[in-house]
Design a protein around this ligand. Structure first.
Ligand SMILES: [Zn+2]
Length: 196
């Protein structure tokens, strides 16, 4: 959790409503950050934002298809290896969330269900189902945009990604392009409120 803690400390990441136990524990011991480390983290920050912008493009495609606008990417070695968006309505499948679909695509792309050394970007905090799948896929890091206080499983309501009882723990960075991700969802719900 050292990386996440320094990162959050430097960039004042919004953590409202999210439980970041390791974050709190480690902040004090990581107050001193070298210039090299700071530069590295700034590059990381830009990179997370760039990938989240691509995930937002997927979310916009979902909105255009009448789906709740959530987009996701899997990145390995700085390259996007899979991208997808929520397709629940189109496929008629309650499990067709962006994260689940993108995990399947990524596994097919690398020819292995183990997605170690991969980062999953998603515009909305994963639900319990997707968080469980992310743990099973052994994803290293999840970067999400908007929090979901109602059902988020990356720290808001549950913390499945970092549950010590499971056999894999996932690093988490929340709040990247948070307002852009939230606005897209709000806009969608305003338009579709009467239909649902
Ligand atoms: Zn989900």
């Amino acid at each position: 959790m050292v990386f996440v803690c320094c990162y959050c400390l430097l960039f004042g990441r919004k953590l409202s409503g999210i439980v970041w136990a390791d974050f709190d524990n480690n902040v004090v011991s990581n107050n001193v950050v070298s210039a090299e480390r700071e530069e590295f983290l700034m590059v990381e920050e830009r990179s997370h934002r760039d990938f989240m912008k691509e995930a937002l493009l997927e979310a916009e495609i979902a909105a255009g298809e009448g789906e709740v606008p959530v987009g996701a990417l899997v990145v390995r070695g700085g390259e996007v290896i899979a991208r997808d968006h929520n397709r629940r309505e189109r496929i008629g499948d309650p499990t067709a969330h962006a994260e689940l679909l993108v995990l399947r695509r990524a596994a097919a792309a690398v020819g292995d269900w183990r997605l170690n050394e991969c980062t999953l970007y998603v515009t909305l905090e994963p639900c319990p189902m997707c968080a469980g799948a992310i743990v099973l896929a052994r994803i290293d890091l999840v970067v999400f945009g908007a929090s979901d206080p109602r059902a988020g499983a990356a720290g808001s309501r549950y913390n499945i990604l970092q549950d010590g009882n499971l056999n894999h723990r996932v690093e988490v960075i929340g709040g990247v392009l948070e307002s852009e991700c939230e606005n897209l969802l709000r806009q969608f719900w305003r338009t579709h409120a009467e239909e649902r």
